[in-house]
Design a protein around this ligand. Structure first.
Ligand code: TRP
Length: 350
């Protein structure tokens, strides 16, 4: 059995389209990926897909799914994704049926025991009413990766276990059926390849001990990309700080202030890529009026949102739809080749 050798190594990643994208998603996941697509020269194929099938492992408002999926593509574009680079493939998972078919086959080579050890499911899904989809979604993720022979998959800490599972499934099937899949690089090599970009975690404004997350119900600690700049301004002004009374970057003792310094750095980077955390932290070091400091951060966050929202409103819808359609056509060919190889290996095809 021949391993399909893609002409170029494949970098692959998906960012989930759920409700509202917040600045934690944007600066922590989306922007690093878009910057990577700019930096990585054309010797890679870059598969940037929207895992729409992953979007309802937990209950959602289905009347919004189609548009929020498209909105992800709009956000990528507003963040600077090039739509006319032929090495970049932008596609929706559900438009390539091979994802679902390969998942079923992989399911039958995945142990119930190993799946039960997935910590994300244990954290999120142990409530009793969790869906089988939530339990099974790491296998769908394995299919997402293995269909395209991806070597590099930038994943955050919450996804490293799923990447390891993908490698285990691929190696197991390779042992049984010969060289069927390209095995993605182990986590350490992923980190070496992508650098520190992925590590950034913006914290919740109200409770800076935890990361900014859409599962926070009140919304007060989160800044959404769609927030009215004025209301975002208010959220920053009422962010939790501390009683130390001096601005400095000290994550342990001043998590709120440190978070604001990080946010300020990130919104400044949007305008000037050279700005570093060190530079921002030095600029405000020792400032003793938190109100004044917060106003600076709030003003600049509001300005960032206004700029971003203008860019989002100006994206070329037609160009996005054309890009999706052409990538989905091309990726169906690639994915079906892999699927066929697997179908033959397991005896479904001759
Ligand atoms: N599970 C990822 C997340 O929740 C999204 C995702 C789905 C993904 N399939 C993937 C990421 C394949 C990388 C590769 O963020």
């Amino acid at each position: 059995m021949n391993t399909m050798k893609p002409s170029k190594p494949v970098i692959l990643t998906g960012v989930r389209a759920n409700n509202n994208i917040h600045i934690g998603n944007y600066f922590g996941a989306i922007l690093p990926i878009i910057n990577m697509t700019k930096r990585r020269p054309d010797e890679y194929d870059i598969n940037l897909f929207i895992p729409d099938l992953h979007s309802f492992t937990t209950p959602i408002d289905h009347s919004k799914l189609y548009d929020s999926t498209l909105n992800n593509a709009r956000v990528y574009t507003a963040a600077g994704l090039s739509l006319d680079n032929p090495s970049i493939h932008l596609y929706r998972q559900s438009y390539i049926p091979a994802h679902s078919e390969l998942t079923w086959i992989l399911d039958c080579f995945t142990g119930f025991g190993e799946m039960s050890r997935m910590t994300q499911f244990k954290d999120k899904g142990s409530k009793g009413d969790a869906s089988v989809g939530l339990f099974n979604y790491p296998v769908l993720m394995a299919a997402d990766i293995l269909l395209y022979g991806a070597t590099y998959v930038p994943v955050g800490d919450d996804q490293t276990q799923h990447l390891e599972l993908t490698r285990d499934i691929a190696e197991r099937m390779n042992r049984k059926f010969g060289d069927l899949f390209t095995v993605p690089k182990p986590v350490i090599q992923q980190h070496q390849f992508f650098g520190k970009d992925q590590g950034l975690r913006i914290k919740d404004l109200v409770n800076p001990a935890k990361k900014m997350s859409k599962s926070d119900e009140s919304g007060k600690g989160i800044i959404f990309l769609s927030d009215d700049p004025k209301s975002a301004h208010k959220k920053i002004m009422s962010a939790t700080t501390d009683s130390i009374g001096k601005v400095q970057y000290d994550k342990e003792n001043q998590p709120g202030i440190s978070n604001l310094l990080e946010i300020l750095t990130l919104v400044r980077q949007d305008a000037d890529g050279e700005v570093t955390l060190e530079k921002t932290a030095n600029e405000y070091f020792g400032m003793d009026r938190y109100g004044d400091f917060k106003r600076i951060v709030a003003d600049e966050v509001a300005e960032f949102l206004e700029n971003f929202q203008n860019r989002l409103a100006a994206v070329d819808e037609r160009a996005i739809e054309e890009k999706l359609a052409s990538s989905e056509k091309d990726m169906n060919v690639v994915a079906n080749e892999t699927l066929y190889r697997v179908q033959k290996a397991v005896g479904l095809r001759k």
